[in-house]
Design a protein around this ligand. Structure first.
Ligand SMILES: Cc1ncc(COP(=O)(O)O)c(C=O)c1O
Length: 388
């Protein structure tokens, strides 16, 4: 039983619902709908990888995507059996683990190919890989000018099976008609060109995939055999035109102490907030060590008593303060405070928090630290109410 009253509630029903939305988005593809790889890297974007993976596997997800070999091993340790794609690749030290744990790495480097081929050879097995070409993300993947040479040299690794072929989009969330949207189309063209070269080298990968959440919503022609949503599964729309999703994470705490301060009293370090009137100020047991960013001081809001209340003064490591003067019922220690999610008819979204902190929803979600316990819930009451 945790002592601290701060917790992150993971609505597993919402996660399954959003997986259904992802499936629906690919359902008008000619032939069968594309398979869905759920990106559960970064501890499932802060939602808890093992719990989310179990829920998604039970709902029939086809693949999991992790960044690190260690994240893949964690899923295997937890007994998950769906195929796991290691998006970050094998790295210098991951080949043995990948082969041993039955993981599938993304491959974009000849050294990795060699290490993997050796590890598979030693065990007398064949190792599946997904090749990655860099069509414009400028991050991972074989650079286009080196694609042909990479393929020439791949032929000597006899223990590797090329099961998949992928790329990653830089601007898949850009609005239709914008230069970013056109760039995704161009990346798609470069991908198809690279695929033709791959086929000319005698490879016939059965899983072609390019789309993250933004691509899934906006670039139907690039859904191919599999889509790789992350953000969308966690209930955050990647772009305009996303069908309604259900938010998965709700983060709450309780008032630690509430005190009446006179006008002209200062709050928190550096005295960046001075009360303009007699004020009731609640101190919350949450700070930047919990992943509630310091940048939220004097800009963010939280929900107390069904009202939006401003965060006042700078956010400290373990504490922050909110002005609860305008809440109808007098706020006392132990009252529920919602940092993210719904309370009565109000809701604070992760998009709002990200905008207040000058960042993107991904960083806020991944940033909630291990100090906040994740609690799986089927349908928290407040969220249910908001759905009606
Ligand atoms: C290769 C790859 N595919 C898919 C995703 C999922 O992206 P999103 O959360 O935008 O859907 C990511 C996340 O960054 C990724 O790196």
């Amino acid at each position: 039983m945790p002592i601290r009253p701060t917790a992150a509630y993971v609505d597993v029903g919402a996660l399954q619902y959003n997986l259904g939305v992802a499936r629906q988005l690919t359902s008008d593809r000619p032939g069968a709908a594309a398979m869905v790889l759920a990106a559960v890297k970064g501890d499932a974007y802060g939602h808890g990888a093992v719990r989310c993976a179990r829920v998604l596997e039970a709902a029939g997800v086809d693949w999991f995507g992790v960044a690190l070999v260690e994240e893949g091993a964690q899923l295997r340790d937890a007994g998950l059996t769906a195929p796991v794609l290691c998006l970050g690749g094998v790295g210098r030290y991951g080949a043995e683990e990948v082969v041993e744990r039955g993981l599938v790495p993304v491959l974009y480097d000849e050294g990795d190919a060699e290490r993997l081929d050796n590890a598979a050879g030693r065990r007398g097995v064949r190792q599946r890989v997904h090749l990655k070409v860099d069509t414009g993300m400028g991050r991972l993947g074989v650079a286009l000018p080196h694609w042909g040479r990479f393929l020439d040299r791949l032929a000597r690794f006899s223990n590797l099976d090329v099961e998949g072929f992928m790329t990653h989009f830089a601007t898949a969330d850009a609005t239709a008609g914008s230069p970013g949207f056109a760039f995704t189309t161009e990346q798609g063209r470069r991908y198809r060109e690279s695929l033709a070269k791959l086929r000319a080298h005698g490879y016939t990968p059965r899983l072609l995939h390019t789309c993250n959440s933004g691509g899934l919503v906006q670039h139907g022609a690039l859904h191919l055999d599999m889509v790789r949503p992350g953000l969308l599964l966690y209930g955050v729309p990647p772009c305009e035109g996303t069908p309604p999703l259900k938010p998965v994470l709700r983060v709450t705490t309780q008032v630690l102490v509430a005190r009446d301060l006179p006008a002209r009293a200062s709050v928190s370090y550096n005295r960046s907030f001075i009360t303009s009137r007699p004020s009731r100020i609640a101190t919350l047991p949450v700070g930047y060590a919990d992943g509630y960013p310091r940048a939220l001081g004097n800009v963010a809001q939280v929900l107390v008593g069904g009202r939006r209340c401003p965060v006042v003064g700078v956010v400290c490591m373990d504490l922050c303060m909110v002005d609860v003067t305008d809440v109808e019922e007098p706020v006392e220690a132990g009252d529920e405070v919602v940092l993210l999610g719904g309370q009565r008819d109000q809701r604070i979204t992760v998009e709002e928090i990200a905008a207040w902190a000058g960042t993107i929803p991904y960083e806020i979600l991944c940033g909630f630290s291990e100090r906040i316990p994740r609690v799986g819930v089927a349908l928290p009451t407040d969220v249910t109410k908001l759905r009606d």
